[in-house]
Design a protein around this ligand. Structure first.
Ligand SMILES: NC(=O)C1=CN([C@@H]2O[C@H](COP(=O)(O)OP(=O)(O)OC[C@H]3O[C@@H](n4cnc5c(N)ncnc54)[C@H](O)[C@@H]3O)[C@@H](O)[C@H]2O)C=CC1
Ligand SMILES: O=C(O)/C=C/C=C(\O)C(=O)O
Length: 503
């Protein structure tokens, strides 16, 4: 079966259902994409099953790409680099805008498969696919209006000194399963816009929309080799990419332990550009002056969007003692009404992830936490990886449940008495990705916001993103920043050229 055509044409929920019924006997298989062509899988190729999180049944087979497969893709990218890096920006911009337009045209089909593969609700999936298109249109525009710095140095022969940038070369782009197409395009778009070429390795847990994106690259007629996609496991395909000497940069989003591993693997290759966006255990500080009818929905969205599987989710709520009881009652009521499994809340992504979240909930139970909502789920998920929202109180600040990233529909609520204490509690964590500050006092927004260890601080809002601003974390949440000018730093090398007026 031609998998790409089958998926592409199954663009309604009914057609997707019918396809999945048919493939019970003959499974769909994803293929690598190299030199603008889908690669035939050899009969002996090893594949792994990827599962439908709503049902727990196998969804599609993903190739376990070997080191040789990865090196072939890297070679294709290296061949494409000289020409792509010299391609006029206007032409690169035109091609990237074409990709954006094709994503937009096929938005509903892509969102449908994203929702099936990852488990997210269809409305969440549509929002992410729209943002995937924006990633391409944003960087397509960005490169047309790039600014540099020119300085003049006085002297006998005045010197003009200017900054010149050139693309780094072949990049490895490695992405996770929580926002599959959005996070993949957040890396591919700037990488190609700034003249680099890439081999991308999406998460083996959610490969479907990355595969569909390859068809979009084909339709947009990107030159062969500029963007290649290899599918498979992190320990083999991902590691081969990271360790290839021809790969001159890695941009990674995912878990902390993988980030540490990538840093260790690349330590000796000094010139390799490394950008790591890792996890978060983000505080949400709610002060005594808030309007509760606004604070509750915002705290709920920050905790439970995408079933808590966004690195920016606010999973540690700290509220002023004077409003604690009122908040808990209103929050529990609101979450109960607004986040219902199968309607407004999807399952978590995989059986492994379900077990990880379950283990943290069992720990919370052992630590005598109060479960205001939710409970420890069954050990073996029945018919899908469903976990309903969990609201916990009564844990000590030292508890692993408060200190470690759970990445699921689980939020803890604790109290504070003073602004100083709120800041100290927020910063008492290894991570430093994001934070929310809720207050009506503008000076407090700044006073507190500017002291929190977080790469992103939102006052009275959450997940507001402007693609020109920097994105990334402090402490264990990562190394480097992406977005606008920061993405340019990731994907280009900078030199200063000095030219005298006479010689
Ligand atoms: N954006 C974020 O902040 C994310 C955080 N996480 C956190 O990480 C935990 C683990 O989730 P995983 O899916 O296991 O994330 P992960 O970090 O293992 O996976 C992310 C990507 O890295 C690849 N990878 C894994 N090992 C690699 C290696 N040695 N070299 C190169 N690439 C490698 C994977 O194949 C995948 O494409 C989650 O429970 C969650 O807490 C997970 C996904 C996203
Ligand atoms: O840019 C966003 O809106 C979300 C980004 C999310 C991640 O980077 C993540 O969850 O890893």
């Amino acid at each position: 079966m031609d998998t790409i055509a089958a998926l592409w044409n199954a663009n309604t929920p009914e057609a997707a259902d019918a396809l999945l019924q048919r493939t019970n006997t003959q499974p769909l298989r994803i293929q690598n994409f190299v030199d603008n062509e889908f690669q035939q899988l050899s009969p002996s190729a090893t594949c792994m099953d990827s599962y439908n999180p709503r049902t727990g049944k196998p969804l599609i087979q993903v190739p376990c790409s070997s080191h040789a497969d990865v090196h072939e893709a890297v070679d294709a990218a290296a061949r494409a680099f000289p020409s792509w890096s010299q391609t006029p920006r206007r032409e690169r911009s035109r091609l990237l805008q074409k990709v954006a337009d094709l994503i937009e045209e096929n938005k509903l089909m892509l969102a449908l498969w994203e929702s099936i593969d990852q488990g997210k609700t269809i409305s969440r999936a549509i929002a992410e696919i729209e943002r995937a298109a924006s990633n391409f249109s944003y960087f397509a525009q960005f490169i047309l209006s790039e600014e540099g710095t020119v300085r003049y140095v006085d002297g006998e022969s005045p010197i003009m000194a200017y900054e010149h940038r050139s693309p780094v070369g072949v990049f490895g782009l490695i992405t996770p399963w929580n926002m599959p197409l959005y996070l993949l395009t957040w890396k591919i778009a700037p990488c190609l816009a700034f003249g680099c070429v890439a081999v991308a390795k999406p998460s083996e847990v959610t490969s479907v929309t990355a595969f569909l994106l390859c068809e979009i690259f084909r339709q947009a007629k990107l030159p062969p080799g500029v963007i290649n996609m290899v599918f498979g496991k992190g320990a083999s395909a991902g590691s081969a990419l990271v360790n290839s000497p021809k790969v001159r940069g890695i941009s990674f989003t995912g878990g902390l332990s993988t980030g540490i591993r990538i840093r260790q693997d690349t330590a000796a290759d000094i010139g390799k550009h490394i950008s790591l966006e890792l996890g978060g255990k983000n505080p949400n500080l709610i002060f005594e002056d808030v309007d509760m009818s606004k604070a509750v929905p915002l705290a709920a969205r920050a905790a439970f969007e995408n079933s808590g599987q966004i690195c920016l989710c606010g999973s540690r709520i700290y509220i002023h003692r004077s409003r604690y009881e009122e908040f808990i009652t209103a929050f529990v009521d609101y979450v109960k009404q607004s986040y219902r499994c199968g309607e407004t809340l999807g399952p978590v992504v995989s059986k492994e992830h379900y077990s990880k979240i379950r283990a943290y909930l069992a720990l919370a139970q052992r630590d005598s936490a109060t479960f205001h909502l939710g409970s420890v789920p069954e050990k073996d998920p029945q018919g899908g990886y469903w976990i309903s929202p969990v609201i916990l109180t009564g844990l000590s600040q030292e508890s692993q449940v408060i200190q470690e990233e759970i990445f699921g529909p689980v939020v803890t609520v604790s109290m504070f008495d003073t602004e100083e204490e709120a800041i100290a509690l927020a910063n008492d964590n290894a991570n430093g990705l994001a934070a929310v500050v809720m207050t009506n006092d503008v000076s407090r927004m700044r006073r507190v916001g500017e002291r929190i260890d977080a790469g992103l601080v939102w006052a009275n809002c959450w997940l507001v993103r402007e693609l020109g601003t920097s994105f990334g974390g402090m402490k264990a949440s990562g190394v480097g920043r992406e977005g606008g000018l920061q993405s340019r730093d990731v994907f280009t090398n900078l030199r200063t050229v000095h030219v005298p007026s006479r010689w």
